[in-house]
Write a protein that binds this ligand. Sequence first.
Ligand code: C2E
Ligand code: CA
Ligand code: CA
Length: 785
Amino acid sequence: MRAILTCVTQQHDEQLLLLAAIVCCVGIYATSAIASHAARSEGSVRRKWGLVSIVAGGCTAWATHMIALLAFRPGMAAGFEPILTAASLLLVISGIGLGVALSIGSHRRQRRFLAGVIIGLGVTALHYVGQSSYRVTGHVAWDMSVVPPSIIISLGLSGLALTLAGERDRFVRRLAAPLLLLSIVILHLGGMTAMTLTFDPAVPLPTSAIAPSTIAPVIAAVSFGLLTLAFLGLRMTLNARAQMRRDRERLRELASVALEGLAVCDGEHVTAANRSLEQLSGMSQAELIACSITRLLPGLVVSDLPEQEEREAELVGADGQFVPVRVLRKTVSLGHKRQTVIAFRDQRERLRSEARLRSLAFTDTVTGLPNRAQFGDLLAHRVALREQAGGFAVLMLDLDRFKFVNDTLGHAMGDELLRKVAARLRSVLAAGDVVARLGGDEFAILLLDSAAVSAPEAVAAQLVSVIDRAFLLEGQLIHVGVSVGIAVGRQDGLQADDLMRHADLALYKAKADGRGTYRLFEPALATRMLMRSRLEADMRRALNDGEFELHYQPLVDAKTGEVTTAEALVRWRHPEHGLIPPADFIPLAEETGLIAQLGAWVLGTACTHAAGWPSTIKVAVNLSPVQFRDDGLPELVASTLKASGLAADRLELEITEGVMLDDEARTLALLTKLKAVGVSLAMDDFGTGYSSLSYLRRFPFSKIKIDRSFIRMLPEDSESAAIVRAIITMGACLGMATTVEGVETAEQYDFVAAERCDQIQGYHVSRPLPFADFLTFLNPPKMAA
Ligand code: C2E
Ligand code: CA
Ligand code: CA
C-alpha cells in the first residue's frame, strides 16, 4: 500500500493524473449514457448504439491508461511501441464487447459476475499489453508480489460492479460505476507500482517507438471524442427523462378519469396510483406508493399474469381488509421504459348481486326455506356422503286443505299460513335437519339428526300433530292437516331421485288412506303404483273397446211414488275383474284427465237412452269437478242434447260442492251458461263438503241432494233428523227441490216423506239397474193372471 502511495505521489505528474481521472469519469458517463440509450431503443438503432457504447468503454479505459502512463515520470527517455499500443486498445474493446454480450438480458447474477470478470480481463490485457508497449532506455522489472493480487482484486471488483449493475434496487445499481472505476484504478496503480525501471544507456529506445509528445494528440483526440459522446449521451438522457415525464403525466391524467383502480409498477414497486385505487384500497396515494404490489395482492405473482387476461384476486386494503377484485396486467412503455400497469376492477357489487340471485334461486320467497332445487342439491350431497355420514330420511309433506284456504281466504292469507306451517314444522326438528318448500302446499324434510333418523315415524307423527292444531289467521281459526310420506336412506345404491320418488309414493299412500297421517315407503307401494299405471292404460283401452256401461237408479216422487228421474251411474265391465264400481276408477280418470272422454261418453249415452223413455222421466248425469274446468262444457252439453234429440229440460246435471271452491266468478258464469242451455242443476252430496248457504243462494241450482250419510242413522238419531229437517226447510225457502239419497228402509222412507222432501232415492226404491232392467222396472211385465 505504501509502495502504491509513493508511486502515486512521487513518480507521477499530478495534473496529468487528475486529467486521467476526469477522462475516465467522462468516459464512463458517456459509455453508460449511450448504453442506456441503446437499452431504450430497439432493432438496428439499439445495436448501433450498443456498439458505440462498447467502443466508448474501450476508449475510456485506453485513454485513461495512456494518460496515466503519460503522467508517469520514469526519469529517463520513454516511448510507445505503436502496434502493441493499438493492440491494447483492440483487446480492451473486445473484452468489454464480450462481457456486454454475455450479460445482455441475463437475470442471473453469476452470469453478470462472469461478464464483469471478462470485462476486467479486457482491461487487464489493455493494461499489461499497454505496459509492454511502454519502452524506456533501461530495463523493466516486475514485482510479482503486487501484480497478481492487484489483478485478482480488480477482476473481483469488476465482476461485482457488473453484478450490481443488473440489480433491481436503484441505490445498489448506482454503486456499479464507482466500483468499476475503483477496479480500474487498482489495476493501474498496482501495475505501475510493481514496475521497476533501471536506467541503462546501453539499451536504446527502439526506433519504432513513438515519443509521448507524438501520442499525446491522439489521446487528446480520443478523449475529446469521449467528451462529445458524453454530451450526446447527456442530451439523450435528458430527452428520455422529459419523454418519461410527459408519458407519466398523460397516464396520470388518463388514470384519474378511469373508473377502475390503476397502479403503475416499476417491478415490484408501485410508482403511481389513481383516485379509484385510493378509494378501493382505502389508502392514500403516498401509502400506495410506499407499497409493493405483493403487499396489495398477496398470493398473486404479478409478473406471471398473462397480459389481457383478467384474474380473480383479493386486494388487501387499509386495515388489512380484503376487497374482491379482478386484475388485469398490461405492460406499457413509459418514456423508453417498460412498466407494468395493473387495473383493479371492484367485484363487491357483482358478488353481492350474484349472491342475491343465488339465494333467490335457491330459496322459497314466501317462507324463506330452501326451495326444490336446493333441497335436491342437499339431498344429492347427503346421498354421496352416505358411506361416511350415516343414515338419513326423506319426508314428503302435503297440506291437506290448503287449496281451500288459499281460494276462499285469498293468497295473502295462504302465504301467511305457509309461513306458520313452516315455523311449526321447524319446531319439531333438530337444528341440523333441513325443511324445504317444494312448491304449492308441498314441503320436504331431510332428517339428519341420528335420533330422529332411527325413528322417522315418531317425527312424522309429531309433524302431523303440530299441523293438526288449528292456526289462528287474522282472527280466524283455520284447520289444515298434513299427510307425510317417509323414505329412509339406509339402503345402498338409491339415488336422490329414487328417495324422493319413494317418499312421494308413501305420501300418496298416506293421502289415499284418508290424509292427516303418515306412511313409510315399502316396495309394495311401488308395485301398487305400477298397477295404477297399468290400470290407466287399461282404462284407455276400455274406453275404445266399449267396456263401460251405465246403470240407472230411479228417483221417485215422495208424495206419489212415481219415478220422476233416473240417475246415470257408470260401471266398468272388465273382462277379467268383472264389474268395477266408479269409486275405483273415477278418481284415477280425474287425475289422468281421462274423465273428459269418459264423461262425454256418459253424457251422450245417458241422453240417448233417456230420449227413448217416457217424456215424464228425466235423466240425471254426474259431472266431475275436472270436467267443470273446461269452458267448452256448455257447448258439449248443448251439442249432446241436439245429437240425442233429448229435450234440454229432461237433463239434470249433478255437481258436487267441490266445484264451488274453484274460482267463484268463473263457476257462476259457467253454471249460468249451462242453465241457459235449458238443463237443470242439482247440488249433489249436500252437507259433506264446505256447503254453505251463501253458495246455494248465489248459484242457480234447482235441487239439493241431501247426502246419504245423514240418512244412515234415521229415523232414530235425533241430530241427523234435525239436520235433514233443516235442509228440507231451507231448500223450500230458497225455492229448491230436495232429494234424499240413500234411503234403505221403509222407516227411513216414511220419515223423509213425512218431512216433505220432494224426491227419494235409495236401495229401498231400487238399486242402480242395468239399462234393460231399468226399462223393465219402468214397465213391469203384466203377471199372467
Ligand atoms: P253419487 O252421485 O252420490 O251416486 C249415488 C251413489 O250412491 C251410487 O254409488 C249408488 O249406488 C249409491 N246408492 C244409491 N242408493 C243407495 C242406498 O240406499 N244405500 C247406499 N249405501 N248407497 C246407495 P255408485 O254408483 O257406486 O257411485 C258412486 C259415486 O260415483 C257417485 O256418487 C258419483 O259421485 C260417482 N259417479 C258415478 N257415476 C258417475 C259418472 O258417470 N260420472 C261422474 N263424474 N261420477 C260418477
Ligand atoms: Ca249423484
Ligand atoms: Ca250423491
